[in-house]
Design a protein around this ligand. Structure first.
Ligand code: UD1
Ligand code: MG
Length: 497
C-alpha cells in the first residue's frame, strides 16, 4: 500500500492527509464574550495549541472551521499555514465538517479535532493515524477511559476492537451512563466513506444540530470498520467546556512544562506553585523558588536563581544571575552574574550588564547599566545610560519627563552619584565625576569634576535653646487669662499675594 507507515513516519509528510479543526462554536458554558477557542490554557489560545500539535504532520491542508469571532480565530491560525472556512450559523459538529468539505481538496484522510481539546500530543495523533491506516478503517476514534465520564459522548463497542456508535451525554440510557470510555471528538476519517454517512445524519437531538458523532453509527451500520484507539494518557483528551475545565487543562500544560524543564536540569521548588509559559527556557542548575511566574519568551542561562514571588516576562538572563524575591522584570536583559532585588522593578528595554547590582525598590526603564555598576536602593533610572563601575546612591532620580517629552541621562564610568540626587535630563555626567548628595543637577558635569547643587548649610549656634525659652515663656498660664481656646489669635495669618 502506498500509505505504508514507513512512508510518512520519517518525514511526517502526509500528502494524502488533511487536518480539520472545528472551532466555530461560541462556548456558551464558559459565559464569556470571548469565543471558546480564543480562551487560553498553557500560555496559548486553545486553537493555537491544537494547530501547533498538528503542525509536524505537514498535512496537505489544515482547515479551521470558524464562526464566532471568526476574524480573531483566523488571525491566530493563519500564521501556521491554516486556511479557514466560515460556518454561519453553527448547526453542529457534523454541519461544521460539511462546511470544510470543499477546502479539503484531494485529501484521502482527515484528522478531525475539536477546537477545545488542546492537550492532545503529536505522538498520540501519529499513533491514531497509524492505527487508522493499518486497520483500513472508515473511522478511527481517539477514546479515553475516565473515572468521571460525565459530559462526554460514550463509546459503544461492537467488538473488542470495533465501535458501533457514540452516544451523546444527553441521549444516554441509565445503563449507558455507566460506560466510562468516552469520545475525545478527535478522529481520523477516510473521507470518501465519511461524506455519504454524514449525509444520512439527521438533527435528532434537542438542539436540532447535526452531530458528527452520529456518523459513526451510520458507518458501523453500513458494515464499515470503525475503530477506537484508547489514549495512553487520558488527560490528553480533556475538553474545555467550562471555566473549571480550562483551569484543569491549564494545570496539566503547566505541569508538563515544569517536568520538561526539570528533565533539562532545572530545580523547581514546590513546582505546583510555579507558572511557566511554553517558550521559556533555562540552563542547567538554575533554581526556581516557589510562587515564581516565568512568562513569554523568557530565557535563563545556567545556575540562575529566581527567588520567590518574582515575575519575569520576556526577560533574557545570562549565567549565574540572581533575581531576589518579589522582582518584576519585563523585556529586559540581565547579563552574567547580575543580582537584582529584592523588590526591583524593571520595565521594558533595560540592559543590565555583567556583575551589576540593582537593589531594593529600584525601578529601571529603557536604561543601560554598565558592568559592575550598583544602584542599591530606592531609585528611578529612566532613559539612562550608565557606564561601568559607577555607584548610584540611594534615592537617585532621573527626571526624564517634562510632561511632554522624555530626555536621556548619560552617566559615565566610575561615577559616584550621592544619595538623593535629582538628575534633570537631558544631562551628562562625565567619567569619574562626583555628585554631592542631595543635589539637583541641571547642567552637565565634566569628567572627574564635582557637581554640587544645593543650598549651603548654615549653623546658628544657640538658636534652638533660645527658641525653646521663648516658647516656654509664652506658654506659662496666667491666673486671670482666659482659657487658651477662648483667646483671640495673637496675630492674623499673613496673606500671601
Ligand atoms: C463533543 C462531542 C462529544 C465528545 C466531546 C469531547 C459532538 C456532538 N459531541 O461534545 O461526543 O465527548 O466533544 O470534548 O461532537 N463546533 C463547531 N460548529 C458547531 C458546533 C461545534 O465548529 O456547529 C466546534 C466547537 O467550537 C468545539 C467543537 O466543535 O470546538 C466541539 O463542540 P462542543 O460544543 O464543545 O462539543 P461537546 O459538547 O464538548
Ligand atoms: Mg467541547
Amino acid at each position: 500500500m502506498s500509505e505504508a507507515p514507513a512512508e510518512w513516519a520519517g518525514t511526517m509528510s502526509n500528502n494524502d492527509l488533511a487536518i480539520v479543526v472545528l472551532a466555530a462554536g461560541k462556548g456558551t458554558r464558559l459565559k464569556s464574550s470571548l469565543a471558546k477557542v480564543l480562551h487560553r490554557a498553557g500560555g496559548r489560545t486553545l486553537v493555537e495549541q491544537i494547530v501547533r500539535a498538528c503542525e509536524p504532520f505537514k498535512a496537505r491542508e489544515t482547515v479551521v472551521v470558524v464562526g464566532h469571532q471568526a476574524e480573531q480565530v483566523t488571525a491566530v491560525v493563519e500564521p501556521f499555514g491554516a486556511t479557514t472556512v466560515l460556518q454561519q450559523p453553527q448547526k453542529g459538529t457534523g454541519h461544521a465538517m460539511q462546511m470544510a468539505k470543499r477546502a479539503l481538496g484531494r485529501a484521502k484522510f482527515a484528522v478531525v479535532l475539536p477546537g477545545d481539546a488542546p492537550l492532545v500530543r503529536t505522538e498520540t495523533l501519529k499513533a491514531l493515524i497509524a492505527a487508522h491506516r493499518n486497520g483500513n478503517a472508515a473511522a478511527t476514534i481517539l477514546s479515553a477511559v475516565l473515572a468521571d465520564p460525565s459530559g462526554y459522548g460514550r463509546i459503544l463497542r461492537k467488538s473488542e476492537n470495533t465501535v458501533s456508535a457514540i452516544v451523546e451525554e444527553s441521549q444516554l440510557t441509565a445503563e449507558q451512563r455507566e460506560i466510562n470510555e468516552i469520545n475525545s471528538a478527535i478522529y481520523c476519517f477516510t473521507l470518501e466513506k465519511l461524506w455519504p454517512a454524514l449525509a444520512q445524519v439527521k438533527p435528532n437531538n434537542q438542539h436540532r444540530e447535526l452531530y458528527l458523532t452520529d456518523a459513526i453509527a451510520v458507518l458501523s451500520a453500513r458494515g464499515e470498520t470503525v475503530l477506537a484507539q484508547v489514549a495512553a494518557d487520558s488527560r490528553e483528551v480533556l475538553g474545555c467546556n467550562t471555566r473549571a475545565d480550562l483551569a484543569e487543562v491549564d494545570r496539566v500544560f503547566r505541569e508538563w512544562k515544569r517536568s520538561a524543564l526539570m528533565d533539562a536540569g532545572v530545580t523547581i521548588q514546590l513546582p505546583e506553585t510555579v507558572l511557566i509559559d511554553p517558550d521559556v527556557t533555562a540552563g542547567e542548575d538554575t533554581v526556581i523558588e516557589p510562587g515564581v511566574q516565568l512568562l513569554g519568551k523568557t530565557k535563563m542561562g545556567a545556575r540562575c536563581t529566581i527567588r520567590t514571588g518574582s515575575v519575569l516576562a520576556d526577560a533574557i538572563l545570562g549565567d549565574d544571575v540572581t533575581v531576589e524575591p518579589h522582582c518584576v522584570v519585563a523585556q529586559s536583559r540581565l547579563d552574567d552574574r547580575v543580582i537584582i532585588g529584592p523588590f526591583a522593578r524593571l520595565r521594558p528595554d533595560n540592559h543590565v550588564k555583567a556583575g551589576a547590582r540593582i537593589g531594593n525598590f529600584v525601578e529601571l526603564k529603557k536604561s543601560t547599566v554598565g558592568e559592575g555598576t550598583k544602584a542599591m536602593h530606592l531609585s528611578y533610572l529612566g532613559d539612562a545610560k550608565i557606564g561601568a563601575k559607577s555607584n548610584i546612591g540611594a534615592g537617585t532620580i532621573t527626571c526624564n519627563y517634562d510632561g511632554f517629552h522624555k530626555y536621556p541621562t548619560t552617566i559615565g564610568n566610575k561615577v559616584f552619584i550621592g544619595s538623593d540626587s535629582a538628575l534633570v535630563a537631558p544631562v551628562r555626567i562625565g567619567d569619574g565625576a562626583y555628585i554631592a548628595a542631595g543635589s539637583t543637577i541641571t547642567e552637565n558635569v565634566p569628567a572627574d569634576g564635582l557637581g554640587i547643587a544645593r543650598g549651603r548649610q548654615v549653623n546658628k549656634s544657640g538658636w534652638a535653646a533660645k527658641k525653646r525659652r521663648e516658647l516656654a515663656a509664652e506658654e506659662k498660664p496666667k491666673k486671670s487669662s482666659p482659657r487658651r481656646s477662648q483667646r483671640k489669635p495673637r496675630r492674623k495669618a499673613k496673606k500671601h499675594k
